[in-house]
Design a protein around this ligand. Structure first.
Ligand SMILES: NC(=O)C1=CN([C@@H]2O[C@H](COP(=O)(O)OP(=O)(O)OC[C@H]3O[C@@H](n4cnc5c(N)ncnc54)[C@H](O)[C@@H]3O)[C@@H](O)[C@H]2O)C=CC1
Ligand SMILES: O=C(O)[C@@H]1CCC=N1
Length: 272
């Protein structure tokens, strides 16, 4: 892995921002000393200061000293933040990366500078363990910068480059999606309790079963139905359970939920 030699400012260091910072250092992409983490109340970042990260409540100063600016605040917090960054943004120097859901590259340029290079990234919370599925998109940034952002996020999981108009869809499928799969695992464990297992055992069994299902697809590069066909013995118990779930709307409810999340993702940011 080629090490990044410049400075990175992570603005709004909550769940996603701190996880990205840890991943960048763990993978050797950057040293902690190259990364400034900002938050309004920096008391919550003391553990990161101990690890060698620069921590600050001064966003403009952090941006002025950085080459890459990663915007990690909530969509509803973004406009006020961008107002304070506008005077220190230098389009010749800065590359801005935004993980904010529902905020376009053009929205950010409109607040900062028309000439600015902006790339969006949509990770999920598995970024904390280097297992994110991150979608990357831009409208007019250079290919070299898109590649740089992809390389950054590959330090914390898998990356797919997509068209920007699919970013709200990526939010629903991948960022929200992790919650959907977690709820499915929880529901399976509750079924396990009802048929005889203690809760702790049921959850452990459901989790490993889900991991096995995901790994079958990832490692064998097969299709879910191909793997399902191997489980469903004729007149067997799997097809009986599976068809009962489908009669109750299993696939349909997932599809409907993902569609609603995608609509919501597009409505999170209010342009001002
Ligand atoms: N949580 C998730 O699973 C995902 C979130 N996102 C997006 O990432 C962004 C961040 O999400 P989270 O990390 O979950 O939120 P979070 O609430 O954990 O982190 C945001 C952080 O920004 C800080 N902050 C707010 N305004 C600030 C300001 N003016 N200056 C400095 N710090 C400020 C807050 O104190 C907080 O620590 C959001 O835009 C969200 O849409 C994207 C993908 C997945
Ligand atoms: O629920 C949300 O709005 C954020 C964006 C994607 C995941 N969490």
């Amino acid at each position: 892995m080629e090490q990044f030699t410049g400075k990175i400012a992570i603005i709004g260091s909550g769940n996603i921002g701190t996880s990205l910072a840890k991943g960048l250092v763990k993978s050797g992409y950057a040293a902690a000393a190259q990364i400034t983490l900002t938050r309004r109340n920096i008391a919550g970042l003391s553990a990161y200061a101990d690890q060698g990260f620069a921590v600050s409540a001064d966003n403009p100063a952090a941006v002025a000293a950085a080459d890459i600016v990663v915007l990690c605040v909530l969509p509803q917090q973004l406009n006020r933040l961008l107002e304070t960054l506008q005077p220190v943004i230098d389009p010749q120097r800065h590359l801005v990366i935004s993980v904010a859901s529902g905020v376009s590259c053009a929205d950010i340029r409109n607040k900062l500078s028309d000439a600015l290079q902006v790339v969006r990234a949509m990770p999920n919370t598995a970024i904390a363990i280097g297992q994110s599925m991150t979608c990357v998109a831009t409208d007019q940034a250079d290919e070299a910068n898109v590649q740089l952002v992809s390389t950054m996020f590959e330090t914390v999981g898998a990356v797919v480059k997509i068209n920007e108009d699919l970013m709200t869809a990526a939010t629903a499928l991948c960022a929200c999606g992790i919650a959907f799969f977690l709820r499915a695992i929880r529901a399976a464990s509750q079924g396990g309790v009802e048929i005889g297992f203690h809760a702790e055992d049921a959850l452990k069994m459901a989790v490993q079963t889900a991991k096995g299902a995901a790994d079958l697809l990832l490692l064998m590069e097969s299709h879910p139905e191909q793997e399902i066909d191997k489980v469903t013995s004729p007149k067997g118990c799997t097809i009986a359970g599976l068809n009962e779930m489908e009669h109750n709307g299993f696939s349909s409810s997932l599809i409907k939920g993902i569609k609603l999340s995608a609509v919501k993702a597009g409505e999170l940011y209010k342009k001002e």
